[in-house]
Write a protein that binds this ligand. Structure first.
Ligand SMILES: [Ca+2]
Ligand SMILES: [Ca+2]
Length: 246
């Protein structure tokens, strides 16, 4: 199943759209219930099914089972400075939150002071994908500085009030001609009124090149999977690319 969405319409301003780079991102989201059959820790076969459906073969996957991040990857979260080695105590053992292994990263989202979760990859990649858990507010997905809207509006999102269960797996691809993806952030819900913020979990962050299947683009593979009912796809394109939106 495919959804179309006009990013220019979201921006609501031709002037603002013109000020932004002519980037088009494919955002693909995956319902965790398609892969994980219980709230228990992920089984290897369940993770393998996610990897296959999301086309993660050949990508570098940060599994958050130890404190050292994969080369080129840095994280900013809970109001801290960007790090390549996580502070001790950052990882939690919560079976229903993990997207692989047993551990995931705990982050506190808040507005005052602003505490986003920011994934950076230098010098940049074609794909950034992330497993999100424990999302209790409308936090926003921002890619290379472009706000693509609230995460909980993406197809397949699972609300997990009162716990930190798996909410959604999100994959973002750049289009040909776009600059490399260097930053994916989850920005705090602008309506967040909870003075205690929102604790979320992230896991299974995949980054890398899409040149793993010659002749067939990763987005095309994902759309094929979507046509088979395996995933829900939502593509976001700017208004400056008429006729290319689907
Ligand atoms: Ca993990
Ligand atoms: Ca939460």
């Amino acid at each position: 199943m495919r959804w179309s969405h006009c990013l220019g319409g979201m921006l609501g301003s031709a002037a603002l759209a013109a000020a932004l780079p002519a980037a088009a991102y494919d955002v693909t989201s995956f319902d965790p219930n398609a892969f994980f059959t219980s709230g228990s820790a992920p089984l290897p076969a369940e993770v393998a099914a996610l990897d296959a459906a999301a086309g993660l073969a050949g990508l570098t996957i940060e599994r958050f089972e130890d404190l050292t991040l994969e080369p080129g990857l840095t994280l900013e979260f809970s109001g801290g400075a960007p790090v390549a080695v996580l502070p001790s105590g950052s990882l939690v053992n919560e079976p229903s939150a993990a997207w692989d292994g047993s551990l995931s990263l705990a982050a506190l989202m808040d507005l005052v002071p602003s505490q986003p979760v920011v994934v950076r990859q230098a010098p940049g990649v074609d794909v950034i994908a992330i497993g999100l858990s424990g999302i209790d507010h409308s936090h926003e997905l921002v890619v290379n500085g472009e706000n693509l809207g609230p995460v909980d509006a993406l197809p397949g999102f699972q609300t997990s009030p009162g716990d930190n269960g798996r909410a959604l797996y999100v994959r973002v691809d750049r289009e040909p001609g776009d600059p490399p993806l260097t930053e994916l952030s989850i920005e705090p819900d602008p309506m967040l009124a909870n003075p205690n913020g929102d604790f979320i979990r992230i896991d299974h962050v995949a980054t890398g090149s899409t040149a793993t299947v010659p002749g067939v683009s990763a987005p095309a593979l994902l759309l094929l999977a979507a046509s088979l009912g395996l995933v829900a796809v939502r593509r976001l394109r700017p208004a400056s690319a008429p006729g290319s939106g689907v």
